[in-house]
Write a protein that binds this ligand. Structure first.
Ligand SMILES: C[S@@+](CC[C@H](N)C(=O)[O-])C[C@H]1O[C@@H](n2cnc3c(N)ncnc32)[C@H](O)[C@@H]1O
Length: 282
């Protein structure tokens, strides 16, 4: 079977799954082939009539996608903030909207840096480590990040090593900041915030549920994080949230004496906030 025939057959196999994802079957088929052969896209265009080696191995990858395994889990990589991070099943795949949370956090840090050479950051829910790693790479901050998942922590440590900043970030297994001590200038989090009964597509449901669902309403973990931020006297709190959670976050932040600015994602949905603790010592 030629490369071209294999691409066509794989495209048909994955077409129904691509429809769920709004993805282009031919493009996904090529991405899977690049992963299978460890080649760049140019190789594929130059070798369309060549006999495909280990076609069974290629179709095994296509079947994984047809069974709704996200492409990033199959390729083991995901792009975020201009970098390529390792990803794996069991850990949330980075989402493009989280880049805005990184941007907003860096803005906070640039103001703090004028007062403090090395600001201290805590992150709740590190996942693959993308947020802490991007903050470390773009500032002088020292960072401690928690997660309840061993798989996430191992991957985050691996990613930190990949970018050579393992000395700047400590990853700790705990809920919230339960095993993490000290005072922080900035607490950042992209926590699970989806309501338990929200209908997600089959690909997303292949991601870890403890990274997705925030409780019956969805905002429960976010509310706990606001309480942690208040009790620990953090100066700034930056969080991603669900598109329909602005009002509940506004109330919780106001009640806990935070002054908040909300931001939208690129689709125009409310997506997060940066809040200043009115009573923290600056
Ligand atoms: C939505 S994912 C975000 C991962 C990563 N920060 C990102 O933006 O891609 C949330 C992460 O929080 C972790 N998590 C869930 N509940 C937690 C808690 N109470 N304390 C710490 N981490 C928690 C999950 O295991 C998951 O890795």
């Amino acid at each position: 079977m030629t490369v071209n025939d294999a691409l066509k057959a794989a495209s048909s196999l994955i077409a129904p799954a691509c429809e769920i994802r709004g993805a282009n079957p031919a493009r996904v088929a090529k991405a899977l082939l690049m992963r299978h052969l460890d080649v760049k896209i140019e190789w594929i265009f130059l070798n369309l009539n060549r006999e495909l080696e280990d076609a069974d191995g290629y179709f095994a990858l296509a079947k994984r996608f047809a069974n709704h395994e996200p492409l990033e889990y199959i390729t083991g990589e995901a792009g975020f903030y201009g970098l390529t991070f390792n990803v794996k099943k069991g850990v949330l795949i980075p989402r493009p909207e989280t880049e805005i949370l990184v941007e907003r956090s860096l803005e906070v840090l640039s103001n703090l840096s004028t007062q403090n050479e090395s600001p201290l950051i805590a992150e709740i829910g590190a996942g693959s480590g993308i947020i802490s790693i991007c903050l470390a790479l773009n500032s002088k901050a020292k960072i401690i990040a928690s997660d309840i998942s061993d798989e996430a922590l191992n991957l985050a440590r691996q990613n930190a090593e990949k970018f050579g900043i393992e000395d700047r970030i400590e990853f700790v297994k705990c809920a919230y900041l339960d095993q993490i001590y000290g005072r922080f200038d900035l607490l950042v989090s992209n926590p699970p915030y989806i309501a338990q009964d929200y209908g997600l597509d089959k690909f997303v449901l292949n991601e870890p549920h403890e990274a997705l669902f925030g409780g019956a309403k969805g905002d429960e973990i976010l509310k706990n994080i606001i309480l942690v931020a208040k009790n620990r006297g953090v100066k700034y709190l930056a969080c991603e949230m669900g598109y329909d959670q602005k009002e509940s976050m506004q109330n919780a932040l106001k009640f806990n004496r935070f002054e908040a600015k909300f931001y939208k994602d690129l689709a125009g949905f409310d997506r997060g906030f940066v809040a200043r603790n009115i009573f923290a010592n600056f």
